[in-house]
Write a protein that binds this ligand. Structure first.
Ligand code: OAD
Ligand code: ZN
Length: 316
């Protein structure tokens, strides 16, 4: 490990060890799930939006745009089929957050991810805020009738082109926050409360996010100046780049690498390893697992191929 990385891990670990009564807040994004084989959105080349740009969508983010979905839901349904939770298992970073919980040191995880891998890792729902929603709840966008997760999943897996409401034929949509929709109330209420509890002994760890999508991207800015902010990411992003603070810590590298090193430094490596073993033997969660960069690239490829079949040009 390069010196700078070692330094960053040591600083984070020291703050955590020196303040046994303080708890950690994690603010995370797609970069903590890329090692599970799920592509992120904005990494050049491998990110989903870069690849979708080749298609005839009016703009790459249209797959998650509510107005576009109302006119043409096919791209989203195609993507949903590929990214459906249950096909992946949590990364080392997810597992480390679970170890924080087991040690009584987890204050909260705010995630932008819709892959539900925090739940799969065992993070309690009261310690978890899925800021951009998830596949867990589904509803008809016309009559608002609610559907359990398995109804949507079964329709997708049965190869149905559209997930239609049984009452009104409207479109069934998972409660994922699309562009043009509001974030869940729990996001605002929980953050407003948590942020007032931060002090000079606290640490906020931001990991695997480009901090490009608001309001989530503004959370690091709202952390009190006395509180340490640590960024674990492939590159410097958001407020860490534009408005760096003296006590910021930056680990430039993979989230999983940081997780292992941090666990080592904190003396929690055996707990992290036991958790990994437990998840590996959980047959359900290891089904169809694609792992690492290769899995991620193959996944993007198959998503794009499936979307190409839609002949998007005619539809738009
Ligand atoms: P992005 O794809 O925008 O950013 C991912 C960040 O993680 C980038 O800065 C990468 O460099 C970094 N990264 C990638 N792999 C990594 C790794 N192994 N270790 C560490 N860092 C890594 O993803 P988000 O910031 O999560 O919205 O995107 C935010 C929102 O934009 C998403 O929630 C999604 C999208 O539109 C919805 O799905 C509603
Ligand atoms: Zn309906």
């Amino acid at each position: 490990m390069k010196d700078k990385k070692v330094d960053a891990i040591k600083k984070i670990a020291k703050l955590i060890s020196d303040n046994p009564d303080s708890k950690v807040i994690f603010l995370v994004g797609a970069g903590i799930s890329t090692s599970c084989g799920i592509p992120d959105f904005r990494s050049p080349g491998t990110g989903l939006y870069d690849n979708l740009a080749k298609l005839n969508l009016p703009f790459a983010e249209a797959v998650f745009d509510i107005e576009y979905f109302e006119q043409n839901p096919k791209p989203f349904y195609t993507l949903a089929k590929e990214l459906y939770p249950g096909n992946y298992k949590p990364s080392k970073f997810h597992q480390l957050m679970k170890v924080f919980q087991d040690k009584g040191r987890l204050h909260r995880v705010f995630t932008q991810n819709i892959d539900t891998l925090e739940r799969a890792a065992g993070i309690h729902s009261d310690l978890l805020v899925e800021a951009h929603g998830s596949f867990a709840l589904n509803h008809c966008i016309s009559c608002k009738k609610e559907y359990p997760q398995n109804v949507f999943k079964d329709k997708m897996l049965a190869g149905e082109e559209f997930a239609n409401c049984e009452e009104c034929e409207g479109l069934i949509k998972p409660q994922i926050v699309f562009f043009g929709e509001n974030l869940p109330r729990k996001f605002f209420l929980t953050w407003d409360k948590d942020v007032t509890e931060l002090d000079d002994k606290s640490i906020v760890v931001v990991a695997g996010t480009s901090l490009a999508v608001y309001p989530f991207a503004s959370l690091p800015e709202e952390v009190p100046k006395a509180t340490t902010r640590a960024l674990i990411n492939l590159e410097k992003v958001g407020d860490f780049k534009t408005n760096p603070r003296k006590c910021d810590i930056f680990y430039s590298g993979s989230a999983d690498g940081a997780a292992t090193e941090l666990a080592k430094e904190l003396g929690w490596l055996s707990e992290l390893d036991s958790l990994s073993k437990l998840l590996e033997t959980d047959e359900e969660s290891t089904e169809n697992v694609a792992s690492g960069k290769e899995g991620e690239a193959a996944k993007v490829d198959s998503i794009v191929k499936d979307l190409e079949k839609l002949e998007l040009k005619e539809d738009t």
